[in-house]
Design a protein around this ligand. Structure first.
Ligand code: 1GP
Length: 247
């Protein structure tokens, strides 16, 4: 029977007000030497979690990358799958994402039905997650591949109502994301509104590039932030981001 250790860790951090910093690793964008560098830096920066996955994956390297990360450190790896093709039991937990901001039935429930029998056998922690794509200034791979409209950037009430519906449907986590490489991150106003509306751990990602933004997003109510692109472009930015979140 899989434990719920990762969810408990996230929930306990939220209860104690300790913010978590996650690094997104897209296996398509890193080779083994780059992964090693990322892991070494992540250990030094005291990164809390790795999210591994991507909206679209061209190469079949996800298991190899995850095994390599696990061989180097004990930072938990969470699968953030763009499709059931990315499923692997090499992770500590999986975000079972339902794209509640969209109206694409396949991503609300369809692919979940296809993946369910496999997941039941995998014996990994499954975290039901309400995933909300928010407009971040330009189309992203996530918005294109999901064939959905993101929630408009300046509509905090739409985001709050969506989050409330997710909570009432039994989601255990909420993830607000402007998508990888977005021009803008989720606004503080929207994060505050969602935070006031639900009693769930809140993950925020997409377009976070500097310490100031990370700090503001945490102050607005994010319990965990996720950064991928900025670190892919300049790995050393990880330290200032980690410091901002940990402070
Ligand atoms: C994307 O939230 C993640 O799903 C991270 O986004 O790559 O823009 O940091 P970035």
């Amino acid at each position: 029977m899989a434990t719920n250790a990762i969810y408990t860790h996230i929930e306990q951090a939220r209860q104690s007000g300790r913010k978590l910093f996650s690094v997104l690793i897209d296996p398509d964008k890193v080779d083994i030497p780059q992964t090693e560098l990322l892991v070494r830096q992540s250990l030094a920066a005291k990164v809390d979690l790795f999210l591994v996955g991507g909206s679209l994956m061209v190469d079949n390297t996800i298991e190899r990358i995850i095994k390599h990360i696990k061989s180097m450190c004990s930072i938990p790896c969470i699968l953030f799958p763009g499709s059931p093709l990315q499923l692997t039991n090499q992770v500590d937990a999986l975000l079972f994402l339902s794209l509640i901001s969209g109206r694409n039935p396949d991503l609300l429930i369809g692919q979940h039905v296809a993946a369910a029998p496999m997941l039941k056998k995998m014996n990994i922690e499954i975290i039901p997650t309400g995933y909300m794509l928010i407009d971040g200034g330009k189309p992203t791979t996530a918005s294109y591949i999901s064939n959905t409209f993101p929630i408009p950037h300046n509509k905090p009430s739409v985001a709050a109502c969506t989050a409330m519906a997710g909570e009432l449907l039994g989601m255990k986590l909420l993830y607000m994301d402007t998508g990888s490489g977005a021009m803008h991150s989720v606004s503080e106003k929207m994060i505050r509104k969602v935070k006031q509306s639900v009693d769930l751990p809140l993950i925020v990602g997409g377009g976070i590039r500097d310490a100031e933004t990370a700090r503001a997003i945490c102050a607005a109510g994010a319990d965990m932030i996720v950064v991928g692109t900025a670190i892919e472009e300049n790995a050393s930015v990880m330290f200032e981001l980690a410091e901002a979140v940990q402070a």
